[in-house]
Design a protein around this ligand. Structure first.
Ligand code: IMP
Length: 423
């Protein structure tokens, strides 16, 4: 493993959590490097269900060190709620460390996320309303409150300054009600006290672990097509879920990374708005949504569903430098007579094999499909490639060929052991 990245190769929700959990068991350090509590995954260990949003999955392993790297935005209230939830299940957060450089998501960011979405009218992004975008905006504007301010001697000064500035925007631009700073200070002072012991320069810890050859797992959140630069802008998140984002967001150089695993589902989903060429609006789409349980972990929203898009998968292979691909959630396709894979787009009569840079072009892309035989056998008990029905084996081999990347693992059910490793 030494430095392994696990990331989403589609629009997020690929089921990364399960694979991250599998590898977290072997990791000395698990590092989150971007996003915030807009992410969400469920891990089932020994029959107990854990819903993690910000805290790395390694928290469920006693000896694993868990790092929230400098590129992550941290909501103090949300992370403490998560810490308390874990404590109630007997899971300690003693080995959880938050980088001093992380920007804090504060009440005005939540307010501004909601107000700016509302102001966009029908043209909203469909954000998770967790304050992610407004926090990264403040970071880029160089007016944010970082963790070292929050838990340090500048707490009150930094909070008052930020709130005053943001209240001008809330009231002046959006006509909203100002945030009551006294109430915020009273509530958040306690959060700062509680978080202080977790805050440090985590980049030193990550570097030392890499240097001494320990197993370091970089846990991705969201997915390639939600990347601020490489995704379907403007319908994206405000961070960098691509592999390059791992380095900036954890403070280590690219040489720390030795393996980059991209997780796909055997079909495609997306939440929120934006173009989606293989989206299904018929009963096949409903069938996949139901069979795959495609409803948001964070928001509960039904996810949009569609066929596997190999143009997207190839794009993910290229922009992330993937060394391996995982095809997750194959079992929900059981019972469909034919499986379709989009191999190219028809763009106004022209055949496109590369993902377009402009989402307006993507809106005019019609999928060009190849069809494969479906399967009716229950594959959830299969644990080796050879046990799979021949049509599934063929489907995977074809995906490997079309995507141009080795498929190293398959997911055939929600449990941790419902995976097939391909040698
Ligand atoms: P934000 O990250 O809350 O700003 O939302 C921006 C876009 O990213 C919206 O379309 C969200 O639905 C999407 N998004 C954010 N986090 C996730 C995730 O973990 N999975 C899938 N979509 C996400």
């Amino acid at each position: 493993m030494p430095g392994k990245v696990i990331l989403g190769a589609q629009w997020g929700d690929e089921g990364k959590g399960k694979f991250i959990d599998i590898f977290a068991g072997e990791a000395d350090l698990v590092v989150r490097s971007q996003g915030g509590n807009n992410a969400g995954h469920t891990v089932v260990v020994n029959g107990e269900t854990y819903k993690l949003q910000l805290i790395p999955s390694g928290i469920l392993y006693k000896d694993c060190v868990n790092i929230i790297g400098p590129g992550v935005v941290v909501d103090p209230r949300a992370i403490l709620k998560e810490i308390d939830g874990l404590a109630a299940k007997g899971v300690s957060a003693d080995k959880l460390f938050i980088d001093a450089r992380c920007h804090c998501i504060l009440p005005w960011h939540l307010e501004l996320d909601a107000l700016s979405e509302k102001a966009r009218g029908g043209d909203d992004i469909g954000t998770t309303k967790k304050g992610i975008g407004p926090t990264y905006m403040d970071k880029a504007e160089r007016i944010g409150v970082r963790m070292h301010d929050f838990v340090g001697g500048r707490f009150e000064e930094a909070m008052r300054e930020a709130c005053a500035r943001k209240n001008k925007v809330i009231t002046g631009v959006y006509g909203g009600d100002p945030v009551d700073i006294e109430a915020v200070l009273a509530e958040y002072r306690g959060y700062a006290e509680r978080l202080r012991s977790h805050v440090r320069d985590t980049t030193v810890m990550t570097y030392e672990a890499v240097k001494s050859g320990k197993n370091v797992l970089f846990e991705g959140a969201q997915g390639t097509l939600l990347d601020l630069d490489m995704g379907t802008y403007p319908y994206v998140t405000s961070s960098h879920p691509v592999s390059g984002g791992c380095c900036i967001g954890s403070g280590v150089g690219p040489t720390a990374i030795t393996e980059i695993m991209g997780i796909c589902k055997s079909y495609t989903t997306r939440v929120g708005k934006g173009p989606f060429p293989t989206e299904l609006f018929d009963e096949t789409g409903d069938y996949i949504r139901k069979a795959g349980g495609e409803f948001g972990t964070v928001t509960g929203r039904p996810r949009r569903t569609g066929w596997f898009d190999a143009v997207i998968a190839r794009y993910a292979v290229r922009v992330n430098g993937l060394t391996e691909l995982v095809i997750n959630k194959i079992d929900p396709l059981c019972g469909l007579p034919k499986l379709k894979v989009c191999v190219a787009y028809d763009f106004k009569g022209e055949r496109l094999t590369e993902f377009p840079a402009d989402f307006a072009d993507l809106e005019h892309c019609k999928p060009v499909y190849e069809e494969f035989d479906g399967f009716t056998e229950d594959i959830t008990g299969c644990r080796s490639f050879d046990e799979l029905p021949v049509s599934v084996q063929d489907y995977i081999r074809e995906l490997e060929r079309i995507c141009g990347c080795r498929v190293s693992m398959l997911g055939v059910g929600p449990a941790r052991d419902q995976v097939i490793a391909i040698r």
